[in-house]
Design a protein around this ligand. Structure first.
Ligand SMILES: [Zn+2]
Length: 267
């Protein structure tokens, strides 16, 4: 559980770095989260490679993907993916959009994603495809208009994964850690599935197995265990994000409190 906004900011910066460190996103792609206690707002980094995101890069948006304050920095062009999904799915607390290489063969051929091992069940059975061309004709392939984001959210439906033809994938979760867990293990599954297809026919999990195995991230300690492991890997790579800087008002308060403490110590 993320207790405060400062903690949430640090956790989200770390989530961006984890998903990058695990090879799901590179210079592009992004992870967002709903603001704790404010279901009408979400946090997303300024336009920056996710592996470099710090808590202070995070911008607060309303669900129309408008920043609450003019950020004075470049913003991600595809942020409507996040805002429109948060609007459509009150249960979704975090969203990850990526163009992971492991998925590209499936996205180019329109081959269904199927879970081929227990952890791959996080993506569900045959998650939907969305083809921007169907509704919007020729575009530059980026999801930048609210109506494009809303169309993608409709395709996602009540699932956790939507495959974007010739583009990428969008993954959602009921918490930030759930979203990261689904993003990483669905990417692993896609990699194994494509490799398996090269040597023979694929034996997928049954619908019943998928449903049972899909609950792993909620019913076991797997979620926290994975988070701890991925955090260690980020640390080993020297990529732990710095702590969030308190806002100016909080800094003044902290300074006053520090001054009082110092005064007491002297006495
Ligand atoms: Zn994209």
């Amino acid at each position: 559980m993320v207790a405060s906004l400062l903690e949430a900011r640090r956790e989200l910066a770390l989530a961006n770095r984890i998903v990058a460190n695990e090879g799901v996103i590179d210079a592009f792609g992004h992870v967002s989260m709903r603001v704790p206690g404010r279901p009408d707002r979400y946090l997303l980094s300024r336009s920056r490679a996710p592996e470099l995101v710090t808590p202070d890069d995070l911008i607060e948006y309303d669900l129309d993907s408008q920043p609450l304050r003019e950020p004075g920095v470049g913003q991600y062009s595809e942020r409507v993916i996040h805002g429109e999904i948060y609007k459509a799915r009150p249960d979704v607390m975090a969203v990850c959009h990526h163009h992971c290489p492991a998925f590209m063969p499936l996205l180019a051929t329109g081959t269904d994603y199927v879970p081929i091992f227990h952890l791959g069940a996080v993506g569900g059975i045959r998650p939907p495809f969305w083809d921007q061309r169907d509704e919007f004709g020729d575009t530059n392939m980026l999801v930048v208009k609210p109506e494009e984001g809303a169309s993608l959210a409709r395709a996602l439906g009540q699932g956790f994964l939507v495959l974007m033809k010739r583009h990428g994938v969008t993954v959602v979760g009921t918490s930030l850690r759930d979203c990261v867990f689904r993003a990483v293990f669905s990417a692993r599954n896609a990699e194994y599935q494509v490799r398996a297809l090269a040597i023979g026919s694929v034996s997928a999990l049954s619908p019943g197995e998928t449903e049972l195995a899909g609950g792993i991230s909620k019913k076991t300690t797997g979620l926290d265990r994975s988070w701890e492991y991925w955090t260690l890997r980020v640390a080993k790579a020297g990529g732990v994000p710095p702590a969030a800087k308190p806002r100016a008002g909080s800094r003044r308060k902290a300074a006053r409190a520090g001054g009082r403490k110092a005064g007491r110590a002297k006495r």
